[in-house]
Design a protein around this ligand. Structure first.
Ligand SMILES: [Zn+2]
Length: 180
């Protein structure tokens, strides 16, 4: 299956870095697998949104060396703030941590494909990369409905890696809506 949004076409079977202990079946995904542990952190953040009635979306920002800079989860209901999406909160905290608005070399990992606001925010923050789990066919702005983050008219275009733990991320959302 070809994925137009995967950023690498490299064949996992020929990956010299592949760890056979971690990947006994030889079906590892060298593009997505490195982000799984960060996505699990984002999933845990997302779960924190639920008690306030917020849709479970969680995000983490990693620094250039992969260190955890900031986390966030959707707090729209909790705070009555239309901009309190997980990504915006995590980007703000990461910027506060670094002491500046630019986040070069940083990676935003989020459980759901960013909306237009968050896609705009991450381009503004100059993040190097956005990694997301579930796609959002109705409102996604990183490849589904729009592809704002890779619009060639913009002078900063983050790398996009989609579909990391996509099923777990989607399940968390469908469980939330089913239980309403
Ligand atoms: Zn958003």
């Amino acid at each position: 299956m070809t994925d137009p949004y995967a950023t690498s076409t490299h064949d996992p079977g020929s990956d010299p870095g592949r760890d056979p202990a971690r990947d006994p079946g030889g079906v590892g995904d060298p593009v997505r697998d490195p982000w799984r542990s960060s996505m699990r952190l984002a999933l845990r953040e997302a779960a924190r949104a639920v008690p306030a009635g917020d849709v479970p979306v969680g995000a983490v920002v990693l620094g250039p060396d992969g260190e955890l800079l900031a986390t966030g989860y959707n707090e729209r209901e909790a705070t009555g703030d239309p901009t309190a999406h997980a990504e915006v909160l995590a980007l703000r905290r990461a910027a506060a941590e670094l002491g500046e608005w630019r986040l070069p070399g940083c990676t935003l990992v989020v459980t759901l494909e960013p909306c237009v606001m968050c896609a705009g925010a991450l381009v503004q923050a100059r993040v190097a990369r956005v990694v997301y789990g579930a796609g959002d066919e109705k409102a996604g702005a990183a490849g589904s409905l729009w592809d704002l983050v890779r619009d060639r008219r913009l002078n900063h275009r983050p790398e996009v890696i989609r579909g990391v733990l996509a099923e777990e991320c989607a399940r968390q959302l469908t469980d939330f809506f089913r239980d309403l």
